[in-house]
Ligand binder design. Sequence first.
Ligand code: NDP
Length: 239
Amino acid sequence: MSDPLQLSGFDGRVALVTGGARGIGRAIAETLRDQGARVAVGDLRAPEIDGVLGLELDVTDERSVDAAFGRVEAELGAPSILVVNAGIYIVEPFEETTLASWQKTIDVNLTGAYLCARRAVGAMREDGYGRIVMIGSSAGKTGGARSAAAYGASKAGVMVLAKSLASEYAAFGITSNALAPTLIDTEMIAGAPDMSDRIPVGRLGTVHDVADTVAFLASAHAGYITGEVVDVNGGFLID
Ligand code: NDP
């Protein structure tokens, strides 16, 4: 692994990462903590991570979102960094996708992003500073390599949501960007066929590939980058 990042802009800042009990979200939380932010992580079961406030959070439930933000505000301060990471990935043929299954994916991946961002932006606007990073997917550009229409549609939605917030809130010192990762080695893709030979750099992505990119976008160095979707994909999709 490369040397740890050295970024600035995190002292005194509070970050909230959704879906961070494991995988990419956990690495993002640990990276932001190591950069000096005060970090809270929400997940369906409150995570235990050293030096991080663990919260129970269901991003699909407006009351749960409000309660989690309330605890972060009370214990750490209002988040000026929001990382929308919670997501689910259901592979199923389109004709077998029930309305309930479709809605579950849209609820977690897209409506959850809307609920968290809507709860976060007021304090950022008043503070004149904010960093929003949403984890999309290359599937939101291509539709995905396998049968996962709801997932692809939800990820397209979340990446456009990040752009919409970028235009609406740029004047308030808030940047909003998304990532479009592909094939990051986590439990989410554990059951998928090995596709590393289709990645030009010759390996799967690591959670640190994603976390370091999020940290840069959340840092003081990225104030002129907003409305962007950053591919973290080893050259899998060059567009
Ligand atoms: P994981 O499945 O390892 O982690 C996702 C986390 O989100 C889990 O801890 C899960 O909790 C949590 N979560 C699920 N539903 C909710 C909810 N309603 N409220 C709060 N938390 C919830 O996935 P990854 O770390 O791989 O993925 C993280 C993000 O990156 C996702 O948005 C994913 O779509 C995206 N991504 C991943 C890629 C990959 O190749 N891994 C590629 C492109 C994008 P629980 O375990 O309890 O279900």
